[in-house]
Design a binder for this molecule. Structure first.
Ligand SMILES: [Zn+2]
Length: 157
């Protein structure tokens, strides 16, 4: 009565592999949307404390990470790009889509591109300096002239 379901069988094998290799980096490399070793991951920002446990984002001593819907944790390198996601209130969202690149030999990931979802729509955001006529991807003063920059967002194509 039960017909073979090769497709479903394939999927369960894939999930099993993903679970077995979770944390070893295999699951990241297997990301189908990845290109040139980059992974595109949608998730929320969390803080990771000692023993790789999720902790409240207060005080120092914790690292930032992106937590994907499947629970996988992608540690983020603590740079201005990561800081911008935490500090920029105008994003009005905690639902991010980040393009990540493995940072050297460490367990953390560099942010290549930051986008966010609001009301189910994907947005790009950036800062613009009128004086220098340049686009910047981190909040704060312009890196060239130290003037205030202007926040912009637009629907991703
Ligand atoms: Zn400038």
């Amino acid at each position: 009565m039960i017909a073979p379901k090769p497709f479903l069988k394939g999927v369960s094998h894939f999930v099993l592999l993903g679970v077995l290799f979770l944390g070893s980096g295999f699951a990241v490399d297997a990301d189908l949307s990845a290109s040139q070793g980059n992974s595109v991951v949608r998730g929320t920002l969390v803080c990771i404390g000692k023993e790789s446990k999720e902790v409240p984002c207060i005080g120092k001593g914790s690292a930032w990470a992106l937590k994907a819907a499947n629970g996988q944790i992608y540690l983020l390198k603590s740079d201005k790009l990561a800081e911008t996601l935490i500090e920029e209130k105008r994003l009005r969202s905690k639902d991010f889509q980040l393009t990540l690149r493995k940072s050297g030999d460490s367990d953390s990931h560099e942010i290549v591109k930051s986008q966010f979802f609001r009301d189910g729509k994907l947005y790009d955001f950036y800062y613009f300096c009128d004086v220098c006529n340049i686009t910047i991807h981190t909040s704060g003063l312009c890196m060239c002239c130290r003037q205030e920059t202007e926040y912009h967002e637009k629907l991703a194509e």
